[in-house]
Design a protein around this ligand. Structure first.
Ligand SMILES: [Zn+2]
Length: 100
């Protein structure tokens, strides 16, 4: 393989989109992004999950929106609960063994 073919091969790999990439405006600036998937719980909140690849490493990006109580103390308790729950979610998701 010549130096030129190695460079063009590397550039070709870098610009190729994974099968799941939404391409277009969702993909760029060195990352690939899938179409986001939103789960809504009416009156309570929603979570939007997006598969993302940056520098060859894939990860899940999660945006969580939750209704908070009107009073500050209750809202703080809710936020503390969310932090604990998110730690559990991250640990559980990271410990899943590959299927195959
Ligand atoms: Zn892409």
């Amino acid at each position: 393989m010549t130096a030129l073919s190695r460079i063009t091969s590397a550039l070709g790999r870098r610009s190729a989109h994974p099968e799941w990439c939404a391409q277009g405006h969702r993909c760029g600036l060195g990352e690939h992004r899938a179409e986001p998937f939103t789960i809504a719980v009416p009156g309570l909140g929603s979570a939007t999950l997006t598969r993302v690849e940056v520098d060859g490493r894939e990860h899940a990006e999660v945006r969580l929106t939750v209704a908070l109580a009107d009073d500050d103390l209750t809202a703080r308790v809710q936020l503390a609960g969310i932090v604990g729950d998110l730690k559990t979610v991250i640990s559980r998701a990271a410990n899943v063994h590959r299927i195959a």
